[in-house]
Design a protein around this ligand. Structure first.
Ligand SMILES: C[S@@+](CC[C@H](N)C(=O)[O-])C[C@H]1O[C@@H](n2cnc3c(N)ncnc32)[C@H](O)[C@@H]1O
Ligand code: SF4
Length: 402
């Protein structure tokens, strides 16, 4: 496709915003703190020892308030009125380290600058070991509607390889406590394919997840991220790298168990017990919606302009203090980039990619993936992955963009 290319800009001037894109509007808040770092994780998060006196939850919250105020001012200058906030997602890092009062203060900070829509979805991620019945009651009363817990596995030896500090039973207990506190929407995150994980370990994890009565499950294959302790252990030969065939078999096992328990896939790595249980915030990302990402290293996307914040909490607070948005860089997406993103994200959804969104040149590729049994054309003219296609979703995307 011939079109203007994206204009990338890595000076630290504020992004040049045009207008809202017209889709749902969400706010992501990044909490950059963890008690310890898990060996597989390369998210933008810091332990207290790494931060020293350079940043704290208190200085972060003050900076977050400043960033939200700056964003509200920027948005007020756009042609369209700022939409009501349909979804809020507090992620990390470990948001539950802030405690119930801290998370209530985060939501108050959002409400101070933006209007939440009636029925807004308000999620927080939490680590099982930093939650309690009182924590869930406090955040429910504060207005959170959904909790996402990092369980990863029910097998102690798998949790040990992942450096997770909670006991196998704690995640399930936390999910029950969340439900008892009035949360209808609770997610458990699983990681599969960890070195040493056996089929029986995965089965135990699935038993535990289904026994917890949650309405949402995310299951991610273990990614060995460059620069992590896990990558170093794999490179030294201490641990084997996850095997692609094992990962595919585990994915099929997960899908079969969840499906038979009434949880259907709606994105390749996400299953929900019906439409009311899907994560609307994440759907906003996958559907090309608008969102403000606030906090160190957070990414934002408004009307085809994308920007990302400075990563270190101390530099982030300095930038907010200097006024304006704490962006480290930004880019205006060109038509090619928008098209690639649309294909990459929509193909992974159960609702599929509207065939009308595909360039005419992609027609032979559509014929090929359908003939190979990787996707079907639905009655409403969408390209939807088959069960086998979900295992090869990245290959389908490559074929379509080929
Ligand atoms: C970054 S964490 C943040 C929330 C919380 N701290 C936790 O650990 O659950 C969100 C989820 O990302 C997933 N994740 C992080 N790094 C991963 C990796 N290298 N491979 C697969 N999943 C990963 C884990 O399932 C984790 O639950
Ligand atoms: S607790 Fe979550 S965010 Fe923190 S290091 Fe572990 S996986 Fe990453």
């Amino acid at each position: 496709m011939s079109s203007p290319a994206a204009s990338a800009c890595t000076d630290t001037s504020a992004p040049v915003l045009r207008d809202f894109g017209g889709g749902p509007f969400g706010i992501y808040v990044h909490v950059p703190f963890c008690a310890t770092r898990c060996g597989y994780c390369d998210f933008n998060t810091y332990t207290a020892g790494e931060l020293g006196t350079s940043a704290s939850p208190q200085s972060w919250l003050a900076a977050l308030r400043g960033e939200l105020a700056a964003a509200a001012r920027e948005f007020a200058a756009l042609p369209s009125p700022t939409p009501e906030v349909a979804t809020v997602f507090v992620g990390g890092g470990t948001p539950s380290l802030l405690g119930g009062d801290g998370l209530a203060a985060v939501l108050d900070a959002v409400r101070a600058e933006f209007t939440l829509a009636a029925g807004a979805e308000v999620t927080t991620e939490s680590n099982p070991e930093s939650t309690s019945p009182e924590f869930f009651e406090r955040i429910r009363a504060a207005g959170f509607t959904r909790v996402s817990l990092g369980m990863q596995s029910a097998a102690q030896h798998v949790l040990r390889v992942l450096d997770r500090t909670h006991t196998p039973g704690r995640a399930v207990a936390a999910a029950r406590e969340a439900r008892a506190a009035g949360f209808d929407h609770v997610n458990l995150d699983l990681i599969y394919g960890t070195p040493g994980e056996r089929d029986a370990d995965l089965d135990a994890s699935l038993d535990a997840v289904l026994g917890a009565g949650v309405d949402h499950v995310s299951a991610y294959s273990l990614i060995v991220e460059d620069g992590t302790a896990l990558a170093r252990r794999v490179r030294r030969g201490e641990l084997p790298a996850p095997d692609d065939d094992v990962l595919a078999a585990r994915y099929e096992r997960i899908d079969a168990r969840l499906r038979s328990a009434g949880l259907g896939w709606y994105e390749v790595s996400n299953w929900a017990a019906g439409d009311a249980a899907v994560c609307r915030h994440n759907l906003g990302y996958w559907d090309g919606g608008d969102w403000l990402g606030a906090g160190p290293g957070a990414h934002s996307h408004v009307g085809g302009v994308r920007w990302w914040n400075v990563k270190h909490p101390a530099r982030y607070a300095d930038r907010v203090g200097a006024g304006g948005l704490p962006a480290a860089g930004w880019e205006a997406l060109g038509a090619d980039e928008r098209y690639m993103e649309r294909v990459m994200l929509a193909v992974r959804l159960r609702s599929g990619l509207p065939l009308a969104d595909l360039a005419p040149a992609a027609a032979p590729a559509v014929d090929r993936v359908v003939a190979d049994g990787l996707a079907v054309r639905s009655d409403d003219d969408r390209l939807v992955l088959t069960d086998r296609g979900r295992l090869l979703a990245d290959g389908v995307v490559r074929e379509l963009l080929g």
